[in-house]
Ligand binder design. Sequence first.
Ligand code: 6PG
Length: 266
Amino acid sequence: MNTNRKIIIVENAAALAQKGAEIFCSIARQRVEKTGRFMAALSGGSTPRPLYRLLGQPPYLAKVPWEATHLFWADERMVPWEDPDSNFGAAREDFIEKVPIPAGQVHPMPLDPAGAQGAALYSRTLRDIFRPPGNRAPAFDLLLLGVGADGHVASLFPDPADTLEGPGERPDNFVAAPGSRPEPWVSGVCGGSPHTYRLTLTLPVLNRAREILFVVSGKSKAPVLERTLNHPDARLPARQVDPPDGQVTWLVDKDAASALSPIAAT
Ligand code: 6PG
């Protein structure tokens, strides 16, 4: 596993939201200073929502360079934005509608068409905005990820039967290292809770990120966190997020960290 891994343990879910918002702001400012823009991808689930709410309030509201920020999604459930299960809908309500980000810089995953076509459409959005050289996958400045109790990340589930299309089906939705099998940047899957059709970024994209911030809270996540961090052979999607050139930060609360040995938690 990548040596650029840091584990930060905080007291509780409120402290996790605060620390997560600070990290978000600090990476945003650094990237805008360096490159003139900040490219972030968000996840769904309940854990990041308190963090999202902080982003829409002072002092964080004024600390993020929103005019230079682009927001994408690591995954989306194929439900209307008004549905409480919509990842974009939740983030919109929590902070996007409260901050001065230009509308054209908010890039939700498409709800229609679903499956391979939707995946190809979002890949095109990524390609148009990132303009990555060759067919390299786009490199996000920050990927905010949660972890499911089964070890899923974004909508990459441990059960491969949930994937709706094979690798490289669409020529405009792939990345291929020389000599290797083409892999899609975005996949259509069906699974998770709620059990819906979904779109998700794939590992080649996740593993190009410069910074990955995992946010994990609560006792129910303690076993999967321990398994992910301490067992080299675990075949969990969470374990496979390991960007060779990126920094991975695990921001966890004490309950989630309760199964970690003191050595792992440094
Ligand atoms: C989704 C997610 C998913 C989520 C984890 C953790 O849309 O379902 O992006 O990967 O991050 O399931 O979710 P909780 O924070 O609700 O535990």
